[in-house]
Design a protein around this ligand. Structure first.
Ligand SMILES: Nc1ncnc2c1ncn2[C@@H]1O[C@H](COP(=O)(O)OP(=O)(O)OP(=O)(O)O)[C@@H](O)[C@H]1O
Length: 322
């Protein structure tokens, strides 16, 4: 269905307050997305919801609007305290959702919202919400179907991985890019390499950074037009993706098909060369990245594909230039 086939937000005016509709208008949205049009009428009626839709399909507003409306109703009934709790699987998603929530309540002078990260106290408050009147909504992202698959794979010998990344970051320098690594040490190593030796526009985020630095990085990344974010785990995003595999890991492509994830081959380059630097500090990071890579391989579940015993360890060392 084409986007303009979905109803305008104003058809919800019986169940959505003027303040919320004004905020949506200020956010620049006129019509609902598909998931919003499917979910909002029943969610606003108080129904429990389990929904999944592609990343970037507008799930955030699909659950935030009913929460805000519910809180508004509670306030008008004189009910005080925590009326809604949104639980996100990652800090970054929590920060992103909180920022949308702040926009959504910008015309509601009597609603307060707070972002709680890594704490337990607020979790306990979910028990304080009355069980009879509790509404539960569970939203998750689905993987794209074959017809609109944007994920590709590329096979690259281990020792040329850095070269491959270098080349792809050059190619995508006018875009916003995220590169996922299997360990924090690997993120640190690649960040140092691309930042210091390639003068590439790269940011990094990993579990060893403090929360303030992580928040600054994620904000800079969201606001930037073209930058690469190196990270060790999921941060909500939509776009094209390339999965980089060693020749022995090609079987992983078939493994993913069992989960309805279809990957096309990414046509890349046929000439490779190794990159070299001699800095001792950098060498230390390289050794740590090597160890991190080995550890990450060791804990992978699909041993027939990701096998430490059959792996060319020398090639991995050459890949991090040691
Ligand atoms: N009705 C709408 N019309 C136009 N754009 C919208 C609408 N609703 C949301 N968006 C925009 O679409 C983008 C994706 O929305 P959102 O982040 O809610 O997707 P999502 O499905 O929650 O993604 P993820 O699974 O990555 O969390 C955002 O930039 C958001 O501002």
């Amino acid at each position: 269905m084409k986007e303009d086939k979905f109803p305008k937000f104003k058809v919800l005016k019986e169940n959505v307050s003027e303040c919320t509709l004004e905020a949506i208008k200020q956010m620049g949205f006129k019509r609902m997305t598909e998931i919003q049009s499917k979910v909002l009428p029943s969610a606003l009626d108080g129904a429990d919801i389990v929904a999944s839709a592609k990343t970037g399909s507008g799930k955030t507003l699909a659950f935030l609007i009913p929460v805000v409306e519910d809180v508004t109703k509670n306030i008008s009934k004189g009910i005080q305290g925590t009326c809604g709790i949104i639980i996100s699987p990652t800090r970054e998603l929590a920060i992103q959702t909180f920022s949308v929530l702040q926009d959504l309540v910008s015309y509601h002078s009597n609603i307060t919202s707070a972002l709680v990260i890594g704490g337990e106290n607020r979790w306990k408050q979910s028990d304080e919400l009355s069980k009879e009147s509790r509404q539960t909504m569970l939203f998750s992202a689905t993987h794209s179907e074959r017809t609109d698959a944007l994920v590709k794979y590329s096979i690259c010998d281990t020792e040329y991985r850095l070269w491959w990344l270098h080349k792809i970051l050059k190619k995508t320098k006018n875009y916003k890019v995220m590169v996922f690594f299997s360990s924090c040490k690997s993120v640190v190593f690649h960040h140092e390499f691309f930042n210091t030796y390639c003068e590439a526009s790269v940011l990094c985020i990993h579990g060893k950074m403090n929360q303030a630095d992580r928040t600054t990085t994620i904000t800079n990344f969201y606001n930037a037009e073209n930058v690469a974010l190196l990270t060790a785990r999921g941060v909500g995003a939509a776009g094209n993706a390339v999965l980089l595999l060693r020749p022995e890991e090609k079987e992983f492509v078939e493994h993913l098909q069992e989960y309805k994830i279809y990957l096309d081959k990414y046509e890349s380059w046929d000439t490779f060369y190794n990159l070299k630097t001699k800095n001792p500090e950098f060498h230390k990071l390289a050794v740590e990245a090597f160890e991190g890579y080995m550890r990450a391989m060791e804990v992978r579940k699909q041993k027939q594909i990701f096998n430490l015993i059959t792996m060319d360890v020398d090639a991995v060392a050459r890949f991090v230039m040691i």
